[in-house]
Design a binder for this molecule. Sequence first.
Ligand code: PEP
Ligand code: MN
Length: 264
Amino acid sequence: LASRDFHPADTVISIKGVEIGGEQLVVMGGPCAVETPEQIDEIARLVKAAGGQVLRGGAFKPRTGPYSFQGVGVEGLIMMAEAGKKHGLLTITEVMTPEYVDVCAQYADILQVGTRNMQNFDLLRKLGTIQTPVLLKRGFSSTYDEFLNAAEYILAGGNPNVMLCERGIRTFETYTRNTLDLSAIPVLKQLSHLPVISDPSHGTGRRELVVPMTKASVAAGADGLIIEMHTDPDNSMTGDGVQSLFPDQFAHLLNDLEKLAPLL
Ligand code: PEP
Ligand code: MN
């Protein structure tokens, strides 16, 4: 079902007037984690002002260590839904377990499956039983075939609203947090009809690389971007402050994209 052989035309996912996979480049921006109502409200305002369409933020965080901040949970979903509504943005948040799919879908417009859960088949099966759009991140050690098979689980369950996200893979390079596999963008567009989103934040792990890799992703044919931005990155509650853009950088970048996208 994920294959272009089966479905030659591009899939366009339409959510409250925003089309993902169509003509328009979609930008999802926001913090790694929802922290406080004030934080998410202010960031939502800045995402909207810069021209973004979707507010990102994790209420449930998949952390490497069990003692790290794990997210504020359901309260974070509520804070983000309010900020999104107030500022006219769609929202996307990560869901980690099948049990939380329904509550996350109640509050968010798009559900994110994180890299560590790409092959959490129970979670994928559960997401196949609803119609809420899903952004499926590529596992950091997964092949394209494994990635498309993971998408297939959701599609086979009856949910056609799946987008694929390249967020960097693990290589021998340690300078960057991950290696953003730019080739994945045209390859996935060729093999599949699903929208392809790039995550240059987790793909590089370094703020100064997010701007060039965003532009490269657009040049490679990405349908959208998911970018971390924070008003106070140095004090963000996850370690992802180092890869989060400052609000003015985010605004400049979106301004540049408006000029770049029509040329491609
Ligand atoms: C995130 O988007 O903050 C995140 C945890 O992403 P990933 O699953 O790609 O690491
Ligand atoms: Mn993050």
